[in-house]
Design a protein around this ligand. Structure first.
Ligand code: SIN
Length: 313
């Protein structure tokens, strides 16, 4: 299988494979980030960082079943200076280091992005516009005016490779309106999608919700969300200018799932729920399944099928 390559490129950033971690599980501490460095994850992406260290929501705040996960972590993280300061020690892994940013206000985001811009060892920034789990704070990605305002201000100060992580959209008019906004700015990538916000999972045995924050409401991931993720990847690939890479995220647990995301137009994919479930080995397993599938279809590179989903006429 040596002739099959899953290498890719996100706006000029070379990745040895198209698979890396989603900002969420197991990317909060230096130990987590070193594990990602040692793994087959093609990049190291940090937990979404805020201005100050943040404990997040009370536990239990994560639950999974055979169909996926629900979480209301509430952005527990070590604060952006921690992720900024780790960049030099992660260089030895020779893979891109992305820092996710999710300040609690526009001012916080600008302050964090400004500082990260000064650090050459941070490869890129993923600005998270879609966390559904901070009580009292709406997801920025659903407030179109606010997204425009945020991007306007961000690109006054940002010179780095920067992309945004979006919430899922469900109506075509929302895809068109958001794409029109995103196309106005020098974004390098969009990540589609964050969890489907404010779902509810119930334990019938105990007749109870399964997580504590927000009376059991939380972001849904895993198999539950793959069709929504695919639709978002597909639609944004169609609507965004070609300089903006699309990163697929949602429901990837096998090589076949990754293949589907790429067929819809993803340039790379992120693993969240399955990474949490399986640990670091998921990257190597999914990569080898993807290569096997590509070989069985006669594909040697991702470009041979990326975005080529067929329609029924
Ligand atoms: C969380 O920490 O609540 C999850 C991160 C996210 O959904 O953006």
């Amino acid at each position: 299988m040596s002739e099959v390559s899953v290498s890719t490129n996100i706006s000029g950033i070379e990745l040895k494979s198209c698979l890396y971690n989603a900002s969420g599980p197991l990317c909060t501490t230096v130990e987590h980030l070193n594990d990602l460095g040692l793994s087959h994850s093609a990049a190291i992406l940090s937990k979404s960082s805020t201005l100050k260290e943040h404990k997040g929501n009370p536990s239990p705040r994560y639950f999974e079943n055979e169909l996926g996960s629900i979480n209301s972590m509430g952005l527990p993280n070590k604060g952006y200076l921690y992720y900024d300061s780790l960049a030099s020690s992660l260089l030895k892994y020779e893979k891109p280091y992305f820092v996710s940013v999710s300040g609690f206000s526009l001012e916080e985001n600008l302050c964090i992005i400004k500082k990260l811009n000064e650090n050459k060892e941070v490869t890129a920034i993923e600005l998270n516009l879609s966390c559904p789990n901070v009580p009292g704070k709406p997801q920025t990605g659903y407030d179109f005016q606010q997204v425009k305002l945020v991007l306007e201000e961000v690109f006054k100060i940002n010179k780095k490779t920067l992309g945004v992580k979006l919430p899922p959209y469900f109506d075509l008019i929302h895809f068109y309106s958001m794409a029109d906004i995103l196309n106005e700015y020098p974004l390098s990538f969009v990540t589609c999608i964050n969890s489907i916000g404010n779902g509810l999972v119930i334990d019938v045995e105990t007749e109870s919700v399964v997580i504590k924050p927000k009376n059991g409401f939380g972001g849904i991931g895993g198999d539950y969300i793959k069709p929504t993720a695919l639709a978002n990847v597909r639609k944004f690939r169609e609507l965004l200018k070609k300089e903006i890479s699309v990163i697929g995220c949602g429901g990837i647990k096998t090589g076949m799932d990754a293949f589907e995301h790429i067929l819809c137009g993803a340039d790379a994919v992120q693993i969240g729920t399955q990474f949490m479930r399986e640990g670091i080995n998921c990257f190597e397993r999914i990569e080898s399944e993807l290569k096997e599938l590509m070989q069985s279809k006669g594909y040697k590179t991702l470009n041979e099928f990326k975005g080529n989903i067929k329609l029924i006429h």
